[in-house]
Write a protein that binds this ligand. Structure first.
Ligand code: AMP
Length: 631
């Protein structure tokens, strides 16, 4: 079937279409109803069906591919590569599940996983899925405050952490961040299960709370833990993401719908059949990591490569050598990573035999044309941009070479994926805009299987955040978009105060709160500034409670450090300007867009609502003078 037919069927006959797709996975009890949309914008897919993500990702393959590689965890930081067949993966996951049970974790309990990109992260996720516990993976690059926020919202029974991660040869201790987060959290879990990689120089354990995984692993080796069958709509996992408020949202996913979306997309979007190899360079802490390092390839019976390290170390040829060594068919990465490689000598690409590589998918941020062109020429394979959000869990706009390859148009991720009733509408009157006119990208409910089902513990926030922007009930992506005559969509950036740094979504509000928590700071405004490598970087404008005189630089440096300590290196402001006033409206609303325009040397736009025109001159002077921290 070609893309056009496939997509049309998913929209015109959704129940028939998804009933067919549901056969791609194993159900313990088949669904009784394909779609229940009696309470929009909520919807329930595959109602009454019972299944299990771990069973579909692991057990199901034992009959046919027990000795095939399931997971290859490569660390160019430690120099260690670990390979696991489906049989071995089954063993590790069962052992991990037994350990979880021994610590009192059961169905419906939340487990926060704070690990680097190592095999144990995959075992832990699948072990949770096996016993019906709800995992919430927190990206290892996030620091204590971010971790504490997520712990308090999820109220986990257990935290699984590592002694340390590594980046660019440097050990990044996790345990002190864990301790700080648990101190800050008001709902700390009773236990921390520690994966000790032997990287951190000295580890202090809190007696009774912190438990080493290694002896428990030994004690439970060989144990088999029966699968807990879950109703399709029960929660499988949470993944927190930034929004316009300082409090991250727990994107909640279901079991059956997600499994079906994974089975469909790994096959028809990513063109991976059982036995083939997929290399996603993402981190398990992100949506791509969940879907295309763990659940997608494993549900699809493929081999998944997991990578801890930089794309340039030990040298810029490393990813391509891995593609050759493991006969990678589909690679998945981010535009930022490719821009990093573009700065290196192109000959690194030619040193590896890439004859097996068929596709490179890139997602998470806009893919600029020069980067797309460079990597297409260098690799000699189609480069497929795909658009998605943590909320969607799988591509919403993409080409689907697993069905047929439509024309690649640089700058556009392409066409809507199955089940996405996409529209580009006018912000003010909510009607669809014609081709070539900018509007807001929305999806008409019901959202397809795989997308979020709600915000954890807060149905009202789910409705408020996503479905309350227009008169009609529509899911707002909060992205601007434009469609061309052929229906190809071009993404033009966010409509809200979210910025995208190297493919990582950050709320400007979170960074502002962190900066403003410094005792010397009166107020802070954060904007995302264009950056050649990372797409955008955070820039801070801050006012102080008292004049710091010659010490302004030191205060600015301390603000930057505070963000790194509280939120993590991903959020590090690249420049900090200390100013006298921030531009605000008469009602006291911060004029971020004017700040942004000034920083980018553009016209600040309509200033009729500006309270104090002198504020803009102050910002201009600061920009001319240069930052107080950063360069
Ligand atoms: P996240 O939830 O962190 O994956 O961030 C999702 C946001 O990243 C989207 O709302 C877009 O603003 C941006 N994004 C993701 N994929 C693309 C893409 N292919 N092109 C342009 N922007 C993208």
């Amino acid at each position: 079937m070609n893309y056009d037919e496939f997509y049309r069927r998913s929209i015109d006959q959704p129940e028939l279409f998804w009933a067919e797709q549901a056969r791609l996975i194993h159900w313990d009890t088949p669904p009784q109803q394909i779609l229940d949309q009696s309470h929009p914008p909520f919807r329930r897919w595959f109602v009454g069906g019972t299944t299990n993500l771990c069973y579909n990702a692991v057990d199901r393959h034992l009959a046919e591919r027990a000795d095939q590689l399931a997971l290859v965890a490569i660390s160019t930081e430690t120099g260690i590569t670990r390979e696991f067949s489906y049989r071995q993966l089954h063993g590790e996951v069962n052992t991990f599940a037994a350990v979880l049970q021994s610590l009192g974790v059961g169905k419906g309990d939340r487990v926060v996983i704070y690990l680097p990109n190592i095999a144990e992260a995959v075992f832990a996720m699948l072990a949770c899925a096996r016993i019906g516990a709800i995992h919430s993976v927190v990206f290892g690059g996030f620091a204590a405050h971010n971790l504490a926020l997520r712990i308090d919202d999820a109220q986990p029974k257990l935290l699984i952490a590592a002694d340390a991660g590594m980046r660019g040869g440097k050990v990044i201790p996790y345990k002190p961040l864990v301790d700080a987060a648990l101190n800050e959290a008001s709902a700390p879990p009773p236990h921390v299960l520690m994966i000790n990689r032997g990287l951190a120089p000295s580890l202090s354990y809190q007696a009774g709370r912190d438990i080493d995984y290694a002896p428990l692993h030994q004690a439970h080796l060989g144990r088999e833990v029966p699968v807990t069958w879950l109703e399709s709509n029960e929660p499988s996992y949470l993944l927190y993401t930034s929004g316009t408020t300082g409090k991250p949202k727990g994107v909640q996913r279901d079991v059956g719908g997600y499994a079906v979306a994974m089975a469909l997309s790994i096959r028809h979007v990513f063109d991976i059949a059982p036995g083939q190899v997929m290399f996603s360079t993402s981190d398990v802490g992100w949506a791509v990591g969940h879907s295309y390092n763990v659940y997608g390839p494993l549900i699809g019976g493929a081999t998944s490569l997991l990578y801890e390290g930089l794309p340039t170390q030990p040298d810029p040829g490393i990813w391509w050598r891995l593609c050759e060594r493991y006969r990678v068919r589909t690679m998945f990465s981010s535009p930022t990573a490719i821009r990093v490689l573009k700065k290196q000598d192109e000959s690194w690409l030619r040193q590896a035999d890439l004859s097996r590589l068929k596709w490179l998918f890139l997602a998470g941020e806009p893919l600029d044309e020069p980067t797309a062109q460079w990597i297409t020429d260098a690799l000699g394979v189609p480069v497929i941009d795909n658009y998605w959000q943590t909320e969607t869990g799988w591509p919403a706009i993409t080409l689907m070479p697993g069905l047929d390859l439509k024309t690649v148009k640089f700058g556009s991720p392409g066409l809507p994926a199955p089940g996405y009733r996409m529209k580009v509408i006018d912000e003010s009157h909510g009607r669809e805009v014609p081709a070539g006119v900018k509007g807001v990208l929305v999806f008409e409910p019901p959202l397809p299987p795989g997308c979020l089902t709600t915000v954890w513990g807060d149905d009202a926030r789910y409705i408020r955040s996503y479905f309350s922007h227009f008169k009609e009930l529509l899911y707002s992506s909060l992205d601007w978009a434009i469609r061309d005559e052929d229906g190809y969509t071009f993404i033009l950036g966010r409509t809200d105060d979210v910025i995208n740094v190297a493919g990582h979504r950050l709320g400007t509000r979170e960074i502002e709160e962190s900066v403003a928590s410094h005792p010397a700071v009166a107020e802070a405004a954060v904007i995302g500034m264009r950056d050649e490598l990372k797409g955008q970087v955070p820039i801070v404008f801050a006012t102080l409670k008292q004049d710091a005189g010659d010490g302004t630089g030191a205060v600015a440096k301390a603000m930057q450090q505070r963000v790194v300590d509280q939120l993590g290196g991903v959020a590090k402001p690249s420049r900090i300007y200390v100013v006298n006033t921030l531009p605000k409206t008469r009602s006291g609303k911060l004029l971020r867009r004017s700040l942004q325009a000034l920083a980018e040397q553009r016209d600040p736009g309509d200033l009729s609502t500006l309270d104090d025109p002198a504020a803009l001159d102050d910002i201009r002077r600061a920009l001319e003078r240069g930052p107080d921290q950063g360069s």
